[in-house]
Design a protein around this ligand. Structure first.
Ligand code: GLU
Length: 309
C-alpha cells in the first residue's frame, strides 16, 4: 500500500489535473496528466480536470481548448464538467472574507520596488518583510491583501518525495491572497477548488512542491480536509531546466499519442514493454491502468526528457 492509499479514508478517491492555459501541452504536463489520472483510476476513483485560468493576464486565448482537445485525442476521459477558475471568483471571495473576518488577512501597501531588497524565497518570489502586518504606514492604502502566516512548521508525507517540512512564516512570509490587480492568488484558488471538488489526492509536478505547505496552511485555516500529495519528477532538458514554453519545449499536439503515453510511462518508472506503442491507444491505456504503481516513480524532483525538449 502506498502513502496515497494509506492516507485516504473510506470515501471515494478523487484526483485531478489542473493545467494553466498558458500554451499547448508539452511532455511535462502530459506526465502530470497521466500520473494523476492513473493514480485515481487504479484506486477506482474519479479524475477531474480544472482549467487554472485564475491569472487571466497569463492565459493565452485558445490554449485551454487546445489542451482539452489534446487530452481527448490522447484518450483521457474525465469525470464531470471541466471547472474554469475564471468563473469561480465568488467562491474565492467568500473564502477570502472568512479569513478576513477571522483577522487572518491584512492589507498591504508595499510595491514590488519597495520589496526588491527582501530575501528570495525558495520559489524565487520575494519573502515578505512584514512591513504592513501591524497596520498600514500613515498615508498609504492597501494594494494587495496578504495572509498573516502563523509561526510553526508544516509537515507532510509526499507519496513520491518523502517527508517534507516547511516553515512558511520564515521561508515565504505573509503571502498574497488578493493581488494588487484585483485577482485572487493561485494559492487560494487551488485550495478552494480542490476542497469544493472533494479532491482526496493531488498528484502533480514537483515544481509545485514549494507551494504545498502554503496550501496545507490555507486548508487548515479554512477548515478543509487535507488531500494526500504526490509530486512527480518534472521533465527537464539536458541543462536541467523544466520543459516549458520558455525553454521552447516541443508541443505534443501533433505527436503520436500511443508513443507519447508509452514514453510518459517509462519516464514515470513504470517500465512499459518496448513494443506497447505499436498496439492501439486503448491497449496502452489498458496496460497502464493494470500496471500503474506509484512506488516505481523515481524519487527525485527532475528527470531529463531530451526527446521532448
Ligand atoms: N496550474 C498549475 C500548473 O499548470 C498546476 C496546479 C496544481 O496542479 O495544483 O502548473
Amino acid at each position: 500500500m502506498n502513502i496515497l492509499q494509506a492516507s485516504r479514508g473510506a470515501g471515494r478517491v478523487v484526483g485531478r489535473f489542473a493545467p494553466s492555459p498558458t500554451g499547448p501541452l508539452h511532455f511535462g504536463s502530459m506526465v502530470a496528466a497521466l500520473g494523476s489520472c492513473l493514480s485515481a483510476r487504479a484506486q477506482g476513483g474519479d479524475w477531474r480536470v480544472r482549467i487554472e485560468d485564475v491569472d487571466t493576464p497569463r492565459s493565452v486565448p485558445g490554449a485551454a481548448d487546445g489542451i482539452l482537445r489534446t487530452l481527448e485525442r490522447f484518450g483521457f476521459e474525465w469525470d464531470g464538467e471541466v471547472v474554469w477558475q475564471s468563473s469561480r471568483t465568488g467562491a474565492y471571495r467568500s473564502a477570502f472574507e472568512r479569513l478576513r473576518e477571522a483577522g487572518q488577512v491584512f492589507g498591504c501597501a508595499c510595491t514590488r520596488k519597495e520589496m526588491a531588497d527582501s530575501a528570495l524565497s525558495r520559489d524565487g518570489t520575494r519573502r515578505y518583510p512584514g512591513t504592513c502586518r501591524l497596520g498600514l504606514p500613515a498615508g498609504r492604502v492597501a494594494r494587495a491583501w496578504r495572509l498573516a502566516v502563523p509561526a510553526g512548521p508544516i509537515h507532510f508525507e509526499d507519496g513520491v518525495q518523502g517527508a517534507i517540512r516547511e516553515e512558511v512564516a520564515c521561508e515565504v512570509g505573509d503571502f498574497v491572497l488578493l493581488r494588487a490587480d484585483g485577482l485572487f492568488a493561485y494559492q487560494l484558488a487551488v485550495v478552494v477548488d480542490d476542497a469544493e471538488a472533494g479532491v482526496t489526492e493531488v498528484v502533480r509536478g514537483a515544481d509545485l512542491l514549494d507551494s504545498t505547505a502554503r496550501q496545507i496552511l490555507l486548508q487548515r485555516l479554512l477548515g478543509y480536509p487535507a488531500p494526500a500529495y504526490a509530486h512527480l519528477p518534472v521533465a527537464c532538458n539536458l541543462a536541467g531546466e523544466k520543459l516549458s514554453k520558455q525553454t521552447l519545449a516541443r508541443a505534443i499536439e501533433a505527436a503520436a499519442p500511443a508513443q507519447v503515453l508509452v514514453d510518459a510511462l517509462a519516464f514515470l518508472g513504470q517500465a512499459p514493454p518496448a513494443d506497447l506503442a505499436v498496439d492501439s491507444l486503448a491497449a496502452v491505456w489498458s496496460w497502464a491502468r493494470t500496471h500503474w504503481c506509484l512506488d516505481r516513480v523515481p524519487r527525485c524532483r527532475a528527470v531529463p526528457a531530451p526527446a521532448y525538449a
